[in-house]
Ligand binder design. Structure first.
Ligand code: 9WN
Length: 456
């Protein structure tokens, strides 16, 4: 394990050099991944626009170019469906079909999704990703309120963001308990997490010869989901498509309530209340919805004995999946009961996540048999979840732990050339490099208030 320095032991001169180098390098990554209307997560592996990536990217871009950050979110929400859903991928028509799988001719959104309100002139996927967008829009506004007001940014964003949240609350409350369900492992964004294993095992995989993976052209197979995972991803997406992406008609062989997805919904609902007030609308319904969803999150997903939030499989009604970083993310929820927050912090600092003793926050329990430190979301530490845990730690008064995590994230981002993820024990970069949200969130973490405090 490489040493993790306490902030107090670092030399201030070194930090200034590192920060300046990091700022320049991160800005270069974001510029080279900018298409003119949005930012691709990676020029090679992910050459289109992704939903939650764009929200994280906008949060970082706001520190660099607030106008471009607004544009990032406007482009994404420009592909919103009439039923309110924000698709997880917005395809760039100038990118060849075989550059990414599944491509637009697999999803066929403008045809198969027409009755659900898919746009006729833009091709997208038909599933969603975690709703970080209102949180991002509010941060983007705060970075330059005068420019935001001048461009009417929040007034234009508010109705779209509110429709997005209404879609999740109305069409995705498949369990009827006040939380949104995910219906595909790509939706929570932690695609091959061991949390989905039991539910996915019930899905008949699509035949391997019926599709060709493009991801293995750009990343090592050992760092990626397996072929069997892909067979099941394809089957679930094809079934949803073949039911017109209609949540009321689709069989939803895979339906789970994920704590990270719902925590981000709640944090964004709080942001939506701020946005509503600033845009001249009534914030009260958003505050009410945030409070109700917080109560539902604790009631349905909190496991006091495990000291973490667990996903719930709606097919069996069981809590599943063990200790995943997704279960720590509710630390970002404002108004989380203090005892729950304390217990979550203790879990993060315990042997399963090793906070402060390994690199960032492992995506899965270091002590579990399913843990694999190289394979995607089955162990490696990612920068977006580290950013979320950092924010949660600050929010709940754990400033020293938050500061140490921030320093490590900045070091790891620069040292690995903005890797997609890192192996938790060695800190070695895995996946691809020059990954946009790694660069963007480093820019946000670098930001200090005029008083010299790290930004919240
Ligand atoms: C499928 C773009 C996305 C991220 C996800 C990450 C990965 C896609 C893939 O890349 O998923 O959506 O092809 O593996 O798991 O969180 O949004 O960066």
């Amino acid at each position: 394990m490489t040493a993790v320095l306490e902030p107090a032991l670092r030399s201030p001169g070194r930090e200034v050099d590192r920060d300046a180098a990091l700022r320049r390098a991160a800005a270069r990554v974001l510029l080279s991944n900018w298409t003119g209307a949005a930012t691709v997560p990676s020029r090679t592996l992910y050459p289109h626009q992704w939903s939650w990536d764009s929200a994280f990217i906008a949060i970082g871009l706001a520190r660099l170019a607030p106008r471009r950050a607004q544009r990032e979110l406007e482009t994404l929400l420009g592909a919103q469906w009439r039923d309110g859903r924000v698709p997880h991928i917005v395809f760039n028509p100038s990118v060849p079909l075989d550059a990414y799988f599944p491509s637009p001719d697999f999803w066929r959104s403008s045809g198969a999704g027409a009755a659900s309100g898919a746009p006729a002139d833009i091709e997208t996927s038909g599933i969603v990703q975690p709703p970080v967008h209102a949180l991002a829009a509010w941060q983007v506004h705060l970075a330059d309120p005068a420019e935001s007001r001048r461009r009417g940014f929040l007034r234009r964003m508010y109705p779209r963001l509110a429709a997005w949240h209404r879609y999740l609350a109305a069409s995705r409350d498949l369990g009827g308990g006040g939380l949104a369900a995910v219906v595909h492992p790509w939706e929570p964004g932690l695609d091959n997490s061991p949390v989905w294993d039991a539910a996915l095992a019930r899905v008949e995989p699509a035949a391997p010869e019926s599709f060709r993976r493009a991801d293995l052209d750009h990343s090592s197979a050992a760092d990626r989901p397996t072929d069997l995972d892909y067979g099941r991803y394809v089957r679930l997406a094809a079934d949803y498509r073949d039911h017109g992406y209609d949540d009321a008609r689709a069989p939803h062989a895979f339906a789970l309530e994920d704590p990270c997805f719902n925590a981000l919904f709640i944090a964004s609902e709080h942001a939506l209340a701020e946005i509503a007030a600033a845009a001249g609308a009534d914030p009260a319904p958003h505050r009410r919805k945030a409070a109700e969803a917080t109560a539902a999150l604790v009631e349905r997903l909190w496991d006091p004995a495990a000291g973490i939030f667990l996903a719930r499989d709606l097919t069996t009604g069981e809590a599943v999946g063990g200790h995943s970083v997704a279960g720590l993310v509710p630390l970002i929820v404002p108004g989380l009961p203090e005892a729950v927050a304390r217990s979550l912090i203790a879990t993060a600092q315990g042997e399963r996540f090793g906070l402060g003793r390994v690199h960032l926050v492992p995506s899965y329990d270091l002590t579990a048999p399913e843990y694999d430190g190289n394979r995607y979301w089955r162990g490696p530490s990612w920068f977006n979840t580290a950013w979320l845990v950092h924010r949660g730690l600050r929010q709940h008064g754990a400033a020293p732990a938050a500061d140490a995590l921030r320093e490590q994230a900045l070091d790891d981002a620069l040292r690995t050339g903005f890797a997609e993820y890192v192996e938790p024990h060695s800190g070695q970069g895995r996946g691809i490099r020059r990954f946009s949200w790694t660069a963007a969130l480093a820019l946000d973490l670098l930001h200090r208030t005029p008083q010299g405090e790290p930004a919240r």
